[in-house]
Write a protein that binds this ligand. Structure first.
Ligand code: F6P
Length: 367
């Protein structure tokens, strides 16, 4: 039994779900209960549940057998930012109000000493603001997008890469049988980590990412060149946030209730149509969507999540708050929430992955 500084610890999962959330919940809950003799409180449906006071005590049984399960047993939401809380008025319009005081009240009502907040940049921003209101918070970096600063990796990203790479492998066989151009749109918001990682692992011929605006002629040149060389198919892996040098990001919908109101999506279709029109080559599009977020975490994500959860609990037990656990090299350390939220972690356009991809003939649509 280590030093006991936390007696009641709350866990909240915020933003979009991803594989590995349950592994973190399990690690935090088991370490808190077994090592620190603490009571663990699960906050339901993200910050929405925190504002509304929907919480319950977590039992050992509830966190048993969930290591390999996708999703989150606590539920989550990307609509409940307490500082910009969407309240629906009688006429159906949305009014944004500050409900952070309700979170502080619920924190006190449940006599919490600490909160482990598991989420992406939205959750870390909220956590930083709640920290300044006096809440003891340790963040855990989650997102398939891998766009959080301060950590080399977020958990969930590896699992998304696994799904996207398998999808590209499957597209390869049907693309080559039918001599088609296959465009696959993957998630990632404003960062190209998923498209780059899966595109490189799946041997995509063209990878389009937000960090490198593309030129239509460059994509056409690449797929036509391949056709002429007898490779009568091509795989084009497009990040949802990719955009042409002379155009804009494609926004699928605007939802004011969400922490990030812009829902991206649709660039895959635009790219496929344009390739077909300009080159005459037969083209199909696959939008991978939420398959990238569902299902079991990879072994790598299970282990990363467990290490993150253990470390978060350790920091809370030492009274170290206002921080986010972070992978740096092979070691789990921590950074301040300020550092984690200062900027988005985007793909450096000249990073080794991009250089390696270019070396094996992949186009980023910019030559
Ligand atoms: O941040 C994770 C993510 O899956 C993004 O890649 C994607 O743009 C977004 O969430 C989709 O959100 P929603 O769950 O609202 O469709």
């Amino acid at each position: 039994m280590t030093e006991l500084k936390i007696k009641r610890v709350g866990i909240v999962t915020g933003g979009g779900d991803c594989p590995g959330l349950n592994a973190v919940i399990r690690a935090v809950a088991k370490a808190a209960m077994d090592w620190h003799d603490a009571t663990v409180i699960g906050i339901e449906d993200g910050f929405e549940g925190f504002v509304e006071g929907r919480m319950h005590e977590i039992s050992n049984k509830e966190v048993s057998g969930i290591l390999s399960q996708g999703g989150t047993i606590l539920g989550t939401s990307n609509k409940g930012d307490p500082f910009h809380y969407p309240e629906e008025k009688l006429d159906g319009s949305i009014q944004i109000v500050d409900e952070s005081e309700r979170v502080v009240r619920n924190y006190r009502r449940w006599s919490l000493d600490a909160i482990i907040a598991i989420g992406g940049d939205g959750t870390m921003h909220i956590s930083e603001q709640l920290s300044s209101l006096g809440l003891n918070i340790v963040g855990v970096p989650k997102t398939i997008d891998n766009d959080l600063a301060g950590t080399d990796l977020t958990f969930g990203h590896d699992s998304a890469l696994f799904v996207a790479t398998e999808a590209i492998d499957r597209l390869h066989t049907t693309a080559s049988s039918h001599h088609r151009i296959m465009v696959i749109e993957v998630m990632g918001r404003y960062a190209g980590w998923i498209a780059l990682g899966a595109g490189l692992a799946g041997g995509a011929d063209v990878i389009l990412i937000p960090e490198i605006p593309f030129k239509w002629e460059s994509i056409h040149k690449k797929v036509k060149e391949r056709s002429l060389r007898g490779k009568r198919f091509s795989i084009v892996c497009v990040a949802e946030g990719a955009k042409p040098a002379d155009g804009e990001i494609v926004v699928k919908a605007i939802d004011q209730k969400q922490t990030d109101a812009r829902r991206l999506g649709g660039i895959g279709e635009v790219v496929a149509n344009r390739i077909k029109e300009d080159t005459g080559l037969e083209t199909r599009v696959t939008v991978l969507g939420h398959l990238q977020r569902g299902g079991s975490p990879t072994p790598f994500d299970r282990n990363l999540s467990t290490k993150f959860g253990f470390k978060a609990c350790e920091l809370a037990s030492k009274g170290i708050f206002g921080v986010m656990v972070a992978l740096q090299g092979n070691t789990i350390r921590y950074v301040s929430l300020k550092e984690a939220t200062a900027k988005q972690k985007l793909v450096p356009p000249n990073c080794q992955e991009i250089q390696a991809a270019r070396a094996v003939g992949t186009s980023f649509g910019d030559e």
